[in-house]
Design a protein around this ligand. Structure first.
Ligand SMILES: Cc1cc2nc3c(=O)[nH]c(=O)nc-3n(C[C@H](O)[C@H](O)[C@H](O)COP(=O)(O)OP(=O)(O)OC[C@H]3O[C@@H](n4cnc5c(N)ncnc54)[C@H](O)[C@@H]3O)c2cc1C
Length: 392
């Protein structure tokens, strides 16, 4: 048994955005928290790195739109505490065929939740954004609250805040073994720690840690090519032109969403990405074979040529990033079915950054055995039958 001084209220594994926000909420509530990260910080091997992410209220599901109210508040609070800009409001333009069912559902959710938005006909879109070409029948919905989050800056701000609040952030320390129980014992490459609770926010590596604890979540790890495209006239899709973020729903030639962010972070380059990628083992994401299948980049090239004519149709820059998807693309926020002081946050399915302030709050509440502030029904792991319970 460790001496009392070594007993943490919570050990958090993984310093991506979800682990950082969880440790931040714990530290804010004066809990003794240690955050363990396998790589030296900052790193670009997981899902949270890079310059930018989209923030928006526009979702088909009411529960995400409702969570976003508090997310915006916490993002603003963090920005204030850090004294650095983490967010830029640009608006988010949803593009799709008028009869696209997802577009209609999002529109209905925005109306029901009282979120300010504007429906734009093809003609209005053409006047407002002349450098976007639409196919016949395509329309737009503008979620005015949409914008850009500065991802790397946000991570840095959170890690600084955790330390400032008395928490420990230990990087270059891979967790090798978890011994469940009370206290839970965690062995890393550099030490042994004991905690009243453990939060696993290990992104694409989640199942590596869960398998020895008897469960395997239905997670698929995908390698995403983050593509930046050169503007023929620098700044023409940029912030100075009030160009918004956009999300294309079912636009030709793409079966999955395509999204873009105005140029700004890399001058003269606009980020346009495909919301899908190739299966990859996170340990092998940078192997040469991982670069060989570029169907996604080809789809994007055709999209750019047809819809964004003032961009060069071949990417100027590719940066890899990982998604960890669940079958329904909703998150997993739950306790381990056998060890109730082990909490899991996983499966953020390529849309978890904006929601991380509330995700972190929920994981903090679960780890401290508090009543969660939100209904967790959509996030329970029991929605997936047969989670290797035979091993439990
Ligand atoms: C290209 C791309 C674009 C995206 N765009 C958006 C967007 O516009 N809007 C949005 O809301 N979301 C977006 N997302 C999704 C969002 O970025 C992710 O949902 C989020 O970053 C997931 O964070 P995480 O903390 O779960 O995972 P990660 O960032 O992967 O963090 C997990 C951490 O755990 C560490 N770890 C793993 N195993 C161990 C171990 N054994 N010991 C110690 N440490 C360990 C890893 O090294 C890693 O740092 C995007 C994602 C990508 C890849």
């Amino acid at each position: 048994m460790a001496a009392q001084k070594d007993l943490y209220d919570a050990i958090v594994i993984g310093a991506g955005i979800q682990g950082c926000f969880t440790a931040y909420h714990l530290a804010k509530h004066r809990k003794r928290v240690i955050l363990l990260e396998q790589f030296f910080l900052p790193h670009s091997r997981g899902s949270s790195h890079g310059q930018s992410r989209i923030i928006r209220r526009a979702y088909p599901e009411d529960f995400y739109t409702q969570m976003m109210d508090e997310c915006y508040q916490i993002w603003a609070q963090l920005e204030h505490e850090a004294g650095t800009q983490l967010h830029r409001q640009t608006g988010l333009l949803l593009l799709g065929m008028k009869e696209n069912s997802e577009l209609k559902t999002i529109q209905a959710t925005l109306s029901r939740q009282g979120v300010e938005h504007q429906c734009l006909s093809a003609e209005e879109l053409k006047q407002r954004f002349p450098n976007v070409l639409l196919a016949r029948g395509e329309v737009g919905v503008l979620d005015k609250s949409g914008g850009v989050l500065y991802a790397d800056k946000a991570l840095r701000a959170l890690q600084d805040a955790i330390r400032h609040l008395g928490g420990l952030v230990c990087d270059g320390e891979k967790v090798m073994e978890i011994k469940p129980g009370f206290p839970v014992t965690v062995k890393s490459t550099a030490g042994i720690y004991q905690g009243k609770s453990l939060v696993i926010t290990a992104g694409p590596w989640t199942n590596q840690l869960l398998r020895p604890l008897g469960i395997e979540l239905p997670l698929q790890t995908l390698r995403i090519n983050v593509c930046y495209w050169r503007e023929k006239v620098p700044g023409s899709y940029g912030v100075s032109q009030a160009f918004p973020c956009f999300l294309g729903l079912g636009l030709s030639p793409a079966p999955h969403h395509i999204y873009g962010l105005p140029s700004g972070e890399y001058p003269g380059l606009m980020k346009v990405c495909y919301h899908h990628g190739n299966n990859v083992d996170p340990e092998e994401r940078d192997c040469p074979e991982a670069f060989s299948d570029i169907q996604d980049v080809q789809i994007l090239g055709r999209f750019v040529r047809d819809h964004l004519p003032d961009l060069e149709p071949t990417p100027a820059l590719l940066e890899p990033c990982l998604y960890t998807n669940t079958p329904d693309e909703h998150f997993i926020l739950d306790r381990h079915p056998k060890y109730d002081n082990v909490v899991i946050g996983a499966g953020f399915s390529g849309h978890g950054f904006k929601l991380s302030p509330v995700v972190g709050k929920i994981l903090y509440e679960l780890s401290m055995k508090l009543t969660p502030s939100y209904d967790l029904t959509p996030f329970r792991m029991s929605r997936f039958p047969g989670l290797g319970k035979a091993h439990l």
